[in-house]
Design a protein around this ligand. Sequence first.
Ligand code: ASP
Ligand code: MG
Length: 424
Amino acid sequence: MKVFKFGGASVKDAASVQNMCKIISAHKEDRLVIVVSAMGKMTNAFESVLAKSIDEEPIDAPIQAIQDYHNEIIKSLGLSSQQDLLQDLDEIYEQLIHGLNGYSSSFGYDFVYDQTVSLAEVISTKIVAAYLNKEGLPTEWVDARKVVKTNNTHRQAMVDWGATQAMIKSQVLPLTEEKIVLTQGFIGSNAKYNTTTLGREGSDFSAAIFATSLSADSVTIWKDVPGVLNADPKKFENTKLYDRLPYKEAAEMTYYGASVIHPKTIKPLAQKGIPLYVRSFQDMESTGTVIEECLIPNLNPAIIHKDNQTVISFKISDFSFINETHIHTIFDHIKRLNLSINLMQNSAISFTICMDDNPKKREQLRTALMEEFNIYYNEGLEMITVKNYNQETINELMRGKQVIIEQRSRNNFQMVYKTAENPA
Ligand code: ASP
Ligand code: MG
């Protein structure tokens, strides 16, 4: 059995859905479970409709643009006369409007977010399922909210693995014998069957949930890049493709901010030894990258860039030195504020951290610690991590940059630097 995942870019318009159908058709001899996320940038669109409905009270045609976008795809795919599909979508739009209008602060933003934004995935998979069936690929639409069970943490739900595996095994596995199974990424439900979501870009993780529950032979994420590259091609030139990557290496790359795969995806697959393929949906012939248990000597350096970084330094003012008690105090507040640290460094009289820009929490941290320390901060910085670095790569990356912090271990190099004022 194979699990395929198609993200928003691979179903952003009718031509993309047709292309996806071609890929599926080429694998129709396999038992397939397909995870599809919202079309194009629909998750963002749903988020902004929700934001508007909260700010502006009921708005007249809040979801017209969303409906138009999907209708255009439905029309181009030749699905306009499919009454079942249109009726299903009408009901979903009704639920959406109900959710948007029903927002009251007593439910809480995160709860309403999950009940409404999740519907983008439901709409997308309804359309794709109808199209695959029309094209002669018998497909069963499965509601991920019925089988992916989570806790109550809306927008960042934690999977209840025991319940989820039992549900997927009993409800989904039998369906794969006869048909292609098509389901949603990103969404699930809590014990009360209220919809929950797994965090933005969570569909990769959903694919891993289905694959481990079904003991699949592999997972393939079909993307708009040729596989896992050693740097983001939107930011760096001359990127190189990895043919193979060990699980550990791929997981660490996501930790440092590589966005090619959702960070939670690797661990469950590694635990079960299920290989993860990352392949291009534009070039079905190329094999992309396989992430699996392997040992690869001399991996190409991986370069991971993050912008919007803040560096905060805590300095002792009274000629004493930074000690464990100071660091303990600082960490207590970092933990309390739920901050995560991208890099840290200490010297005799100061302790420095780098984190994602977050002015509100930075101020809370400063207020909490200003009596004990002199605090300095610098916002809007950038950070680069190089895994498996060599000196040549570092020299090239550092050229012309005003580096504020630099750090290296045996395998990793990291630097925080000022954004160039006028790159042109
Ligand atoms: N549609 C959701 C998002 O954009 C989940 C996903 O695409 O993975 O975050
Ligand atoms: Mg998406």
